[in-house]
Design a protein around this ligand. Structure first.
Ligand code: 4NP
Length: 151
């Protein structure tokens, strides 16, 4: 099982989701499951995560500092079993690149895993403050712990 987390820049939400899910999977002894992340935009390719994301993860004993941003590429439909997007614009950008039903069926909103209300966005903390990063962390932790248990 290979899971890809996708956001816009791959420096805030999706590296946090990757780190949190990996941490949950490690705690459950499910280390064989592969989790990676990518962004739909190229602005930050090769960069480490935003310092605010690194800091909030570190506060919760998760190290995402070594991650380097990569851009979502069509081949990732082949390489991953599930592709979880953070918001509607990520969904649109990824689904537009899919070439058939099988590829499209791999894509879903991450929050659909737990939310009763469909297609909700993970808050984009880019223009926010530390408190917004804390909120994103909590949102991601809640869904990733359920996801990890289900895998
Ligand atoms: P992310 O956050 O998509 O969660 O990594 C953002 C990162 C960068 C920008 C926007 C959101 N940006 O506009 O550069």
């Amino acid at each position: 099982m290979k899971i890809l987390m996708v956001c816009l820049g791959n420096i805030c939400r999706s590296p946090l989701a990757e780190g949190i899910l990996n941490n949950e999977l490690t705690l459950l002894g499910k280390k064989h499951i592969v989790v990676q992340s990518a962004g739909t935009a190229s602005f930050h390719v090769g960069e480490h995560p935003d310092n605010r994301a690194i800091k909030i993860a570190k506060k919760h004993n998760i190290d995402i500092s070594k991650h380097k941003a990569q851009m979502f590429k069509h081949k990732m439909f082949e390489n991953f079993d599930r592709i979880y997007v953070m918001d509607k614009s990520n969904y649109y950008d990824v689904i537009t690149l899919s070439k058939n039903e099988i590829e499209a069926s791999k894509v879903d909103f991450l929050l659909n895993f737990t939310n009763k209300c469909p297609n909700q966005d993970v808050i984009d903390p880019w223009y926010g403050n530390e408190n917004d990063f804390e909120k994103v962390f909590t949102q991601l932790e809640n869904v990733c712990s359920e996801l990890a248990r289900s895998l």
